[in-house]
Design a protein. Structure first.
Length: 212
C-alpha cells in the first residue's frame, strides 16, 4: 500500500518534529521531575492517545477534503509551514523558559488523572495538529487507494516514534534532575536548537511534497 521510501521519509520527518521539545515533551518532563518515572510514562501514554485521535480526525475528515482540493492542500500546507516557523522563532526567543519545566514542583496526582491530562495536552498540541493536517496527507499514495487507511498507518508510525522519544525525555528528566537544574545554559541551548530545527522543518514543509 505504501512504499518503503514513503514510510522512511515520513518516519524521518516525524522524528525531526518529535525530538524537538514542544508542549507534550515539556509536560512529560514536568511530570517526570515532579512525580517520577511512572508519572512520566503514564503521561506519554496519554499524549499518544490524544495524538492518535488527531490522526483519526484527519483520516476521516480533513484528509478527505485535502485529498480532493489542490487549493485547500496548498493553503493548509503553507499555513502549517508558517505556523511551524512561528513556533520555532518563539522557541528561540523563549529558550530560557525551558528552565521552568525542570524546576516545577506540582502536586502528585493519581494515574487516571495523569493519563487524562497527558491526553488533553496531546490532543491540543499545536505542533501535532499542524503536522497531521498539513504534512501527513503529503505522504499518502493516492494511486493506491485506501487513503484513510494509509493515514492511519502513517499516524501509527508517528506515534510509535513519539512513544519512544517522549519516554526517553521523561526517563532522562527523572534520573537527571540535579544535573539539569544546575545548568540553565544547557536548557537554553536545548530550547534554542529546538527552535532552529522547527524553523527548518517549516521551510521544508513549504518547499517539498508538492501535490501531483
Amino acid at each position: 500500500m505504501l512504499s518503503t521510501d514513503r514510510l522512511l521519509a515520513f518516519a524521518a520527518m516525524s522524528f525531526l518534529l518529535i525530538v524537538i521539545p514542544g508542549p507534550s515533551v515539556l509536560f512529560v518532563i514536568g511530570r517526570a521531575l515532579a512525580q517520577g518515572r511512572r508519572a512520566a510514562l503514564t503521561t506519554v501514554a496519554g499524549n499518544t492517545m490524544g495524538a492518535y485521535l488527531l490522526v483519526i480526525a484527519v483520516a476521516l475528515g480533513i484528509g478527505s477534503i485535502v485529498e480532493r482540493s489542490a487549493l485547500v492542500f496548498t493553503m493548509l500546507k503553507l499555513l502549517g509551514a508558517g505556523y511551524l516557523v512561528y513556533l520555532g522563532i518563539k522557541a528561540v526567543r523563549q529558550r530560557g523558559a525551558l528552565q521552568d519545566s525542570f524546576t516545577s514542583d506540582g502536586p502528585t496526582y493519581g494515574g487516571m488523572r495523569t493519563l487524562w491530562e497527558g491526553f488533553a495536552v496531546g490532543v491540543a498540541n499545536p505542533k501535532t495538529i499542524v503536522f497531521f493536517a498539513a504534512v501527513l496527507p503529503q505522504f499518502v499514495d493516492r494511486s493506491q487507494g485506501h487513503v484513510a487507511l494509509q493515514m492511519l498507518l502513517l499516524g501509527l508510525v508517528f506515534n510509535v516514534i513519539a512513544v519512544a522519544c517522549d519516554s526517553v525525555w521523561g526517563l532522562v528528566a527523572a534520573t537527571a534532575r540535579t544535573w539539569f537544574a544546575r545548568s540553565p545554559k544547557r536548557l537554553a541551548l536545548v530550547g534554542g536548537l529546538g527552535g532552529v530545527s522547527m524553523i527548518a522543518l517549516g521551510v521544508a514543509v513549504a518547499t517539498t511534497g508538492q501535490r501531483d
